[in-house]
Design a protein around this ligand. Structure first.
Ligand code: ZN
Length: 310
């Protein structure tokens, strides 16, 4: 098929959300506490509608179930990936995700979650939490019991363009003032370790300390992300990560570029600028899927995209 599958985002209001998804992308967000735009999602809690073309008005999960050939007949009950833009006006809770094996046993056969973040924008002196400083599980449990979060958490400064891969078992949290794109396994299983004592709606959100202690990698193991940049005359290609669940790259295009599409399917997220994708106008915030057999897409303009495929 030579038809691009354009998707309509699903917005999520969150205690920590803001209004940058409107300011930055021009999205019609529902309120000034919008934390997430699920831009490529077939998850039941936010199934994207197809915006135009042959399948206009259908959901991505419907397309996955009924036209698997568009996805190279990829295996799996559910569409495997989930892409979000996230605007954190406040800190997100400190959390950790299980791997597939743990989720299979303890979460009714659900999937675990590996995720990654590319920082689009952040305030000066912003930071993020990736990892922890406990040497053993006992030490970790003690630090949590005693609320010694500053001793426990590994805080890292961030700048636009930074990239983080978050394998299962990694303690992590996005912090205030950060706008990013997140690509992850299609899963919603999160074990919350700490929520800063917040009481949204008058009561605290549930914590999952026991499961968290089960799944946290201890001591923390650094994920060596080896970013590679290839400079060409009309574009820069940045290889960000390849893991068993996804491969993520970024392209900064100045003029004209041909993106090969020989994967089962290719997710394309426009993160900056504007231009044309095979003659179709595309601007910051537009997200789409190039189906199986699409072969190649000519991208023109001053435009940056983040791509993801399985
Ligand atoms: Zn997470």
């Amino acid at each position: 098929m030579r038809e691009i599958i354009r998707l309509t985002p699903v917005f999520k209001e969150m205690v920590w959300g803001g209004n940058k998804l409107r300011e930055h992308f021009g999205y019609p967000i529902p309120g000034d506490d919008t934390g997430e735009a699920w831009v490529v999602s077939a998850h039941q809690e936010g199934d994207c509608l197809i915006a135009e073309g042959t399948f206009a008005g259908k959901t991505l999960s419907w397309l996955w179930d009924n036209h698997r050939e568009l996805f190279g007949n990829a295996k799996g009950k559910e569409f495997p990936l989930l892409v979000k833009f996230i605007d954190a006006r406040e800190d997100l809770s400190i959390q950790v995700h299980p791997d597939d094996a743990y989720a299979q046993v303890h979460e009714n056969g659900a999937r675990g979650k590996t995720e990654c973040w590319y920082i689009l924008d952040c305030e000066e002196n912003s930071d993020i939490i990736v990892g922890h400083k406990a040497g053993t599980k006992e030490e970790m449990k003690q630090m949590i019991d005693e609320g010694r979060w500053e001793d426990f958490l590994q805080v890292r400064p961030i700048h636009p363009g930074d990239f983080f891969q978050i394998p299962p078992g990694t303690v992590h949290a996005i912090r205030k003032g950060t706008l990013l794109i997140e690509i992850q396994q299609n899963s919603a299983i999160t074990y919350r370790l700490y929520d800063y004592g917040r009481m949204p709606g008058g009561k605290p959100r549930e914590l999952h300390i026991r499961q968290g202690l089960d799944v946290v990698e201890c001591p923390h193991r650094e994920t060596g992300v080896r970013r590679q940049v290839f400079h060409e005359e009309s574009y820069d290609r940045t290889f960000l990560v390849s893991c068993p669940f996804y491969t993520v790259e970024k392209y900064d295009i100045r003029g004209s570029f041909v993106l090969p599409q020989d994967q089962p399917f290719m997710i394309v997220n426009v993160i900056d600028g504007e231009g044309y994708i095979d003659g179709m106008p595309a601007k910051k915030g537009d997200c789409m899927i190039l189906p199986c057999g699409y072969k190649e897409a000519r991208i023109e303009g001053n435009i940056s995209i983040v791509t993801a495929h399985i």
